[in-house]
Write a new protein. Structure first.
Length: 257
């Protein structure tokens, strides 16, 4: 009973905090007394909520010390979403053409915590009964997209992101030394390949999408059944993929001076 009560109080606090943000969005700025009246709570409760939001940069005090406005922390959160939307918007027409040219499935993925989050997908003519990866979190070490995203990290960040390396098939890389060597190869050649590493019978190749600073912010892949993507076919697909990824990177500002 105590746990349920605590959970209810936590949810109520979240609801009140969101109400404060909405109120500040409407009014531009407000004092604790005004916010308490909006919420129908005691001024001390409103102050604690505002103080918590302020500690996370979601609200900030104005020059008039008694008032608050939305903080730059919200801009950082919005910026992360905007960046993902920009990637999808710029990549979508290129992905569709690449899917048409290769006949296979094309995906765009970004790093999300310790996984690759698939943002968008385009299917080619050969992709019968295609699996929809959009919105799914996929292991980094066992996928071509994941290897590309990992290759863009500095050593410290790589250590933070890498957890255990479970085996999904006999072909999955499960040793850190072997994975690091693989990532060095990705950096050198500009693309990654995963054959039967996540699922037996699934092959994928991926290339980086870069922003105007040259940072790897996403990955684009072409995937299909291993029987159709043999060594010779993969070499053909890689050329088309790298060219398409370079085009998206250019659209995102990479190489602009």
């Amino acid at each position: 009973m105590g746990n349920a009560s605590a959970e209810g109080a936590t949810v109520q606090s979240v609801d009140r905090a969101l109400t404060i943000l909405a109120a500040l969005a409407r009014s531009g700025e407000a004092g604790v007394t005004e916010l308490a009246a909006d919420l129908g709570v005691h001024k001390s409760t409103a102050f604690r909520l505002v103080a918590t939001l302020e500690s996370h940069g979601l609200v900030e005090q104005t020059e008039d010390r008694g008032k608050y406005r939305l903080g730059i922390g919200l801009l950082r959160l919005a910026g992360a979403t905007t960046a993902r939307l920009d990637v999808v918007q710029e990549a979508r027409p290129v992905c569709r053409k690449l899917a048409a040219d290769t006949g296979e499935t094309v995906n765009v993925a970004v790093l999300a915590d310790r996984a690759a989050l698939y943002l968008d997908q385009a299917s080619g003519s050969s992709a019968l009964q295609m699996h929809n990866w959009v919105g799914q979190h996929i292991p980094l070490h066992a996928t071509a997209n994941g290897k590309v995203l990992l290759s863009g990290l500095d050593p410290d960040r790589l250590e933070q992101v890498l957890g255990s390396l479970p085996a999904f098939t006999d072909m999955t890389i499960t040793k850190r030394g072997e994975l690091r060597a693989e990532l060095d190869g990705v950096l050198e050649q500009g693309y990654a390949i995963a054959v039967d590493e996540l699922e037996v019978g699934l092959t994928a190749t991926a290339a980086p999408l870069r922003n105007n600073h040259g940072d790897v912010i996403a990955s684009m892949s072409v995937s299909g059944p291993t029987f159709r993507l043999g060594e010779e076919r993969i070499s053909q697909v890689v050329k088309l993929l790298v060219a398409a990824a370079d085009e998206v990177s250019h659209r995102l500002g990479y190489g602009h001076y």
